[in-house]
Design a protein around this ligand. Structure first.
Ligand code: ZN
Ligand code: ZN
Length: 353
């Protein structure tokens, strides 16, 4: 075939594919035919195939040559967005490195806060643009010995489809955040560095698909997806037994979704620890833990309380008084006195000095 005929073939296929208007409800990261790595399958990818037609380049169907097989693949995927991210999150694909590169502000597309105590949650921090870049493996690698201990990791350990990061169960001081630290109505709050984050399922991840299984909430940094709380209508995945029981990482597997985590929230089930994940089931991309995100690891909302060994209820009590909210990050003798007088605090050694 000469290139002129190939071009007209490409144009014809493009028109056909555009007419097909394929529904795109992927929860998958990456497309076979996204040859230019822009996370969409467009006419540009068709042209990439045409340009190397008959050569071994772009042999995505594995038959040794770029040809009809690749055109059929691009037709099947034409018009697809090769990722489930929303909220202006920018996704590009590095297929050679095997990662989706996810960039965004980390700010939610739902209301955040208020954190001034007017609706019961006081937090001295404010959500700010984090300008983060995360790398999510396209082909997760299962392991029983993950190189990163998720429960010991500060800061983001995964990212949701709306670009908001999610953390392990703990805030600074080692307190379980969902059960002890106040959150806004979408179950999130900001760190001292302004990074808005979830430690548990957010309300927007409660809906289910037609099968009754929860919708996708996001990804762990090992590339495995995180779904909301339900396995089937009204049944929490955490309550399953037998083959489908969640493992210590909070994952199980099914034929549709493969290996996936299930998140739950304190408001749905107070015994939902570890809330999103207890460990990584796959090998995470470690670049995410080396300053890939929003600056230094956040100390969390309770680092001051933690340093003073004040128990979570004492910290909550102090945080609920705006005048003493600073105590949650910067403990001093006035915090101690206030906590002792009004919050049932017994200082180590018995006195505040
Ligand atoms: Zn937190
Ligand atoms: Zn499931």
């Amino acid at each position: 075939m000469n290139s002129g005929r190939l071009m007209s073939l490409a144009v014809m296929l493009t028109i056909l594919a555009a007419g097909a208007a394929l529904a795109d409800s992927t929860t998958r990261l990456g497309c076979d035919s996204d040859l230019d790595g822009d996370a969409q399958v467009t006419v540009n990818d068709v042209l990439e195939i045409v340009a190397v037609w008959g050569t071994p380049d772009h042999d995505t169907d594995g038959d040794g040559v770029c040809g009809v097989g690749e055109i059929l693949q691009v037709l099947a995927e034409f018009g697809s967005t090769c990722h489930p991210f929303t909220n202006g999150v920018i996704v590009t694909m590095d297929y050679d490195a095997g990662v989706a590169i996810v960039q965004g502000t980390g700010l939610a597309d739902h209301p955040m806060g208020p954190f001034d105590g007017s609706e019961g949650c006081f937090n001295p921090n404010t959500p700010t643009d984090q300008n983060f870049t995360w790398r999510i493996p396209l082909n997760p690698v299962y392991t029983n010995n993950p190189p990163v201990n998720l429960l010991n990791t500060f800061g983001a350990v995964g990212v949701c489809t709306n670009g908001v990061s999610w953390y392990n169960p703990y805030d600074g001081g080692g307190v379980d955040a969902p059960s002890t630290i106040c959150m806004d109505e979408f179950n999130a709050h900001p760190s001292p560095d302004g990074s808005y984050h979830y430690h548990q399922a957010s309300d927007w991840a409660y809906p289910t698909d037609a099968s009754g299984h929860s919708i996708l909430m996001g990804y762990a940094f090992d590339g495995y997806p995180v779904y909301g709380p339900y396995e089937t209508e009204g049944v929490f995945a955490k309550d399953l037994t037998g083959d489908m029981a969640l493992d210590e990482c909070n994952t199980h597997s099914d034929p549709v979704r493969g290996i996936h985590y299930h998140a739950i929230s304190f408001e749905l089930d107070q015994s939902g620890f570890p809330w999103i994940a207890g460990c990584y089931r796959g090998v995470p991309d470690e670049s995410n833990f080396m300053g890939g995100g929003g600056g230094p690891p956040p100390g969390g909302c309770n680092s001051g309380c933690g340093a003073a060994m004040a128990p979570p209820p004492v910290c909550m009590c102090l945080q609920n008084n705006p005048e003493y909210a600073y105590c949650c990050t910067d403990w001093d003798i006035y915090c101690c006195i206030q906590a002792q007088q009004y919050c049932g605090y017994n200082p180590p050694g018995g006195g505040c000095n």
